[in-house]
Design a protein around this ligand. Sequence first.
Ligand code: GSH
Length: 239
Amino acid sequence: MIKLHQFARTWGIPNLSHFCTKLETYLRINKLPYTIVETLPLKAPRGKLPYIEDGDQKFSDSRVIVNYLKATYGDNDTALLSPEQQGIARAYERLLEEHLYWASMFTRWNYTDENWQTNKQAIFSGLPPVARDLAATIYRMKIKSQIKGHGLGRLTQEETFQLGKEDIESLANFLGTKPYFMGKSPTSLDASAYGVLVNTLGCPIESPLKNYALGKQNLVDYCQRMQAEFFPELPWGGN
Ligand SMILES: N[C@@H](CCC(=O)N[C@@H](CS)C(=O)NCC(=O)O)C(=O)O
C-alpha cells in the first residue's frame, strides 16, 4: 500500500501544508488506498513534504507523485477533460501552486507575529523545547529566503496582497456555480485548489488574503463541500 509521508494533522483541515492536503485529496478523489506516516521535511528525499513510498520506490514533489500515480494507477483527468480543458486546468494548477501559494506562505512566515506563533506551534510543537526553537528559527530564515527568491518577498505587503487577491478573484470567477473547478466531476485541479484554498481561508492564519477569500462565498462553499465529500471525518471549523 502507498505510504504518504506528511505533517501531522492540525487546524481541523487535512494538513497545514498546501501540498500535503493536495496529495491526500488526490488519493481520495481517485480512491487509492494509503497509510499516513507523520514526519517533518528534514527527513524527506528532497527536503520537502509530501513524499510517498510505493513498494520499494520513493517519490517526492506532489507534481512528480501525481504523474507517477496517473501512469501507474490510471489517469482520470485525461478521460474527463478535452485537451483544451487540460490546458486550462494546468494553468490554474500553476497559478495556485506557484503564485497564490507564496502569498499564503508570506502570511505564515513573514507577516504578523501572531501568525508566526500559530504557524510555529502547529509545525514544531512535537519537538523538545530547545530543538523546537532552533528548528523554528532556522526554518523561518530558510522560508523567508525562499519567498524572496520567488520574487513575491521583494514586494510590499500591499502589493503582495493585491496580487494574491487577483488570484483569488480569478479562481472565484472561474469556479462560478460549478460543483468542481472543471465541471461536474472532481479532477486533480480540485486537489490543488482545495489544498491551497483551505490553507488560505480555512485555517487560523489571519490576513487580508484570508478575509478577501472569505468574501467569495462560492470558494467558501467549495472548500466546505470538498472537505465534507473527501474528509468527512473532519467537520468544517471555518477558522
Ligand atoms: N513543489 C513541491 C512543493 C512542496 C513544498 O513546498 N512543501 C513544503 C510544505 S508546504 C515543505 O516541505 N517545505 C519545507 C522546506 O522548504 O524546507 C510539491 O509540489 O510537493
